[in-house]
Design a protein around this ligand. Structure first.
Ligand SMILES: [Zn+2]
Length: 301
């Protein structure tokens, strides 16, 4: 991938590609199918017919992780042969302390920059204190969110939240896809839609693959749940932005972000990327990622 190709992958460019009326119709079909699939899975779950499996130990995770990476390599058609470190997040491990120290330096530098700017704008002690407290609050909330609730990829290391096997395997693939992008030098806030789109679609691929191999639809339960949420949010936002009437039957399906959901708020990079790459898959097939990482896929819709 050269610099010029990477320009096409920037958030602004991908958002502009997504926002067109033809895509609304394609996304409507994708959402309709996903709702049907999720309702079927939901019934199986209620009747306790899905086997989500147990939580994996660290040793079991280390054993299975290289296999997950090689399946993602096949899907994205890349050959690295190197497997990044992958562990359950532990603040008190050497890795955890190392990363937190680095994060600490980053936060200190950001705080210094913020205070300096605030002081320059308004050298008033109360104003300065308020902005500092607000900044610290934001940092603590995001830190707790990151360490306790989320899985993450950080500069060559994957940290996972201990979860059931059927959720953990696809999520490990998602984080490994971030590693692949990091190795391809795609890791800036300008590429959030691309990064999350590719990683979530990789997660979906792995969920379907394991569901087939092990004949266990529990693997696709969470990805389907998330898809309904993402597609619905983006569909509503596209209809509102492009001034199109939305299909009320599709909107009334429940999803986990309903409280925050509004046609007025722009969806997250995760939801936008998942929807955009689902549309590309529907039009061009799942093989697109091979062309994407060769720098040959034409991002035209
Ligand atoms: Zn991600």
């Amino acid at each position: 991938m050269d610099k010029c190709y990477k320009l096409q992958l920037r958030n602004k460019s991908l958002k502009a590609k997504l926002l067109n009326k033809d895509n609304v119709i394609i996304l409507e079909n994708i959402l309709e199918n996903e709702i049907r699939k999720f309702e079927r899975l939901q019934k199986l779950k209620v009747n306790e017919k899905l086997n989500f499996g147990k939580k994996l130990s660290s040793n079991e995770l280390n054993e299975i992780f290289p296999n997950i990476c090689s399946q993602v390599d096949d899907f994205l058609d890349i050959q690295y042969g190197s497997v990044p470190r992958c562990n359950y997040f532990n603040l008190f491990s050497n890795d955890g302390i190392e990363k937190m120290t680095l994060l600490g330096y980053g936060v200190t530098a950001s705080l210094f920059a913020t205070f300096s700017t605030c002081y320059y704008i308004n050298p008033n002690a109360e104003y300065l204190l308020n902005s500092g407290v607000a900044y610290l609050e934001l940092f603590l909330v995001s830190l707790v969110h990151t360490t306790l609730k989320n899985n993450s990829y950080f500069m060559g290391d994957i940290f996972l939240k201990k979860s059931r096997r059927t959720d953990l395997i696809p999520v490990a693939g998602h984080e490994y896809a971030h590693h692949v992008q990091y190795m391809n030098d795609i890791c800036s806030c300008n590429h959030g839609i691309f990064e999350e789109g590719v990683s979530i679609r990789t997660q979906n691929y792995l969920a379907e693959k394991y569901s087939e191999i092990e004949d266990n639809e529990a693997f696709i339960y969470f990805t389907s749940y998330r898809n309904v949420n993402d597609f619905k949010r983006v569909y509503r936002w596209m209809c509102k932005t492009l001034d199109i009437n939305s299909n009320k039957n599709l909107i009334k399906c429940k999803s986990y972000f309903d409280l925050l959901d509004s046609a007025f708020f722009q969806p997250s990079n995760h939801a936008l990327g998942n929807s955009l790459f689902s549309i590309y898959e529907a039009v061009n097939g799942k093989e697109i990622y091979k062309d994407v990482f060769q720098g040959e896929f034409s991002f035209i819709l």
